[in-house]
Design a protein around this ligand. Sequence first.
Ligand SMILES: Cc1cc2nc3c(=O)[nH]c(=O)nc-3n(C[C@H](O)[C@H](O)[C@H](O)COP(=O)(O)O)c2cc1C
Length: 176
Amino acid sequence: MEMMKAIAMRKSARSYKPEQISDESLKNIINAGCAAPIGRGMYDTVYLTVIQNSEILKKISSTAANVFGTPSSDPLYGAPTFVLVSCIPNKQFPNIELANAACVIENMTLAATDAGLGSVYILGALCAFSADQTLIKELNLPEGFVPVSGIVLGYPTEPLTHEKELKQIIKTNVIK
Ligand SMILES: Cc1cc2nc3c(=O)[nH]c(=O)nc-3n(C[C@H](O)[C@H](O)[C@H](O)COP(=O)(O)O)c2cc1C
């Protein structure tokens, strides 16, 4: 798929088939994430955790749903894969970890679209890790890393077929 087509076809998919994505697709998506720009080139301050264990996924989702006050919802949308981006915060450059994670996730979401997979940027459900400290332990994060953002991946129940028109929906001021 051409890059502009992948950009036009990407959209958040919020309903997934239970079928797992292939290891090859996962590898391509992770490699795309790893090709993202990272502030000051500090790739060792970013850490990816691929969660495909259904018990852990359920625990994250139900903990977050309870925090949201909607216990019957599924903030991970039944997706079989959740890639969590964790970072080491940097006091000198506040919020650089959010920007880094966003770059990694955008590359992954475009690679997923290119492979015909669905994806959604996940920020809200990360409240599960502060609500239940035992969940963090299950991730085995290296010292100093904190969860920043994530992305769920899977086969969407509705395939991505719509190519949206690329237009300026964000107000833009060009100063020449
Ligand atoms: C920083 C950020 C955080 C987001 N967090 C969530 C989230 O926690 N759950 C969710 O369902 N969507 C989340 N989204 C997805 C947005 O709601 C979605 O991208 C936006 O509404 C545009 O829709 P589209 O992705 O279909 O184009 C997030 C997107 C971004 C960029």
